[in-house]
Design a protein around this ligand. Structure first.
Ligand SMILES: [Zn+2]
Ligand SMILES: [Zn+2]
Length: 345
């Protein structure tokens, strides 16, 4: 079958690889329809974020973890709600099943979790064989590009669950990249009011489609003061860092109302300095959120169905599978324009 193979850092090429195997017991083979590319893909592609080697070497690797697919063949013992020919989103994660995190149902924080397209081969290929429990039917969405959004939306659903976003609350999302947009959508689904903050005007325009108010930080002296004023004066109940930068997390901690919550969704390996007195005085809950749970993934599929119109407008550009190397190159070279690039079969 055809696949985009990342051979070594910064080298992705189309190649002929062995076909995805017949599904064994509890497995399924799917035909890939669409794959979204995201920041994690870029970091893995450049070799900047190394994956663990528990599941094998980092390269060569077929990337792709935001996936729309059709069930081609089910192995014996597959869950009864799955059938061949069905369109599904792929939950990319499985835990080791043995560690403490896995034992309490939080495999998304398993130190040895395995993500398709990161730790093992993923979906920038014609077909993939994987455990059937990672398949989530999506009902009748016609556009596979929208189904590929279920994965990034699931990250946002998990983050609003972790931070207990509730009806009528004020939520500020710092960063209007794709995850920021998904956070806005998920928090709005919970009945919260959302302010989306970014430096890029075009992203904020898209953010309005998700139902958020927006704040262009490039034209503002004091982002914290402006966002606090929007919240009604005391500060929002929940603030998300959807950037992954120490300065943004500092802003989030300062901005959140006393007794509020801060969700850390952006990824960074940098250290951050925080005022301890403020953490004590405000009793903030600072909550890291990693990938998502199976429950969040199932809900994300429902949110994608309900918001298909908005999501379709968040797709910046589509490429055919044969041009996957061009797709990732374009996405990385055009960060302001490339909110979401989708590779299609
Ligand atoms: Zn992703
Ligand atoms: Zn585990």
């Amino acid at each position: 079958m055809r696949a985009a193979v990342t051979r070594e850092p910064n080298v992705m090429e189309m190649d002929e690889v062995p076909d995805a195997p017949e599904p064994g017991p509890g497995e399924a083979r799917v035909r890939i329809e669409a794959v979204g590319l995201c920041g994690s893909d870029y970091h893995l592609f450049t070799g900047e974020i190394g994956s663990t080697t528990v599941h094998g070497p980092q390269f060569p690797k077929i990337q792709g973890h935001e996936v729309s697919a059709v069930v081609e063949r089910l192995g014996t013992g597959a869950p009864a709600h799955l059938r061949e020919g069905q369109r599904v989103a792929l939950w990319p994660l499985r835990g080791c099943g043995e560690c403490y995190a896995c034992s309490i149902g939080r495999s998304n924080t398993c130190p040895d979790f395995c993500l398709i397209g990161v730790h093992v081969d993923g979906a920038l290929a014609e077909r993939l064989t994987l455990p059937a429990q990672q398949l989530f039917p999506v009902g009748d969405i016609d556009d596979p590009g929208i189904v590929a959004f279920v994965e990034p939306i699931s990250i946002a659903v998990h983050a609003v669950n972790r931070t207990r976003v509730a009806e009528g609350e004020r939520v500020v999302v710092l960063g209007a990249g794709l995850i920021g947009q998904a956070l806005s959508l998920a928090a709005r689904e919970r009945g919260a009011k959302v302010l989306l903050v970014d430096l890029v005007a075009s992203r904020l325009e898209l953010g309005r489609l998700t139902g958020a108010d927006v704040l262009d930080a490039s034209g503002v002296d004091d982002v914290v003061a402006e966002a606090r004023a929007w919240s009604g004066g005391q500060g929002p109940q929940v603030v998300f860092d959807a950037v992954g930068s120490p300065a943004v997390l500092q802003q989030a901690v300062e901005l959140a109302v006393a007794a509020g919550r801060v969700g850390v969704v952006g990824l960074s390996d940098r250290a951050v300095e925080l005022p301890m007195g403020m953490l004590v005085a405000k009793e903030l809950d600072i909550l890291g959120t990693s990938v998502c749970s199976a429950e969040a993934f199932a809900e994300a599929a429902e949110i994608a169905v309900r918001n298909a119109d908005v999501i379709s407008k968040l797709i910046s550009r589509r490429f055919p599978l044969e041009e996957a190397p061009e797709a990732i190159a374009w996405a990385m070279a055009n960060p302001a324009e490339a909110l979401k690039v989708v590779v299609e079969a």
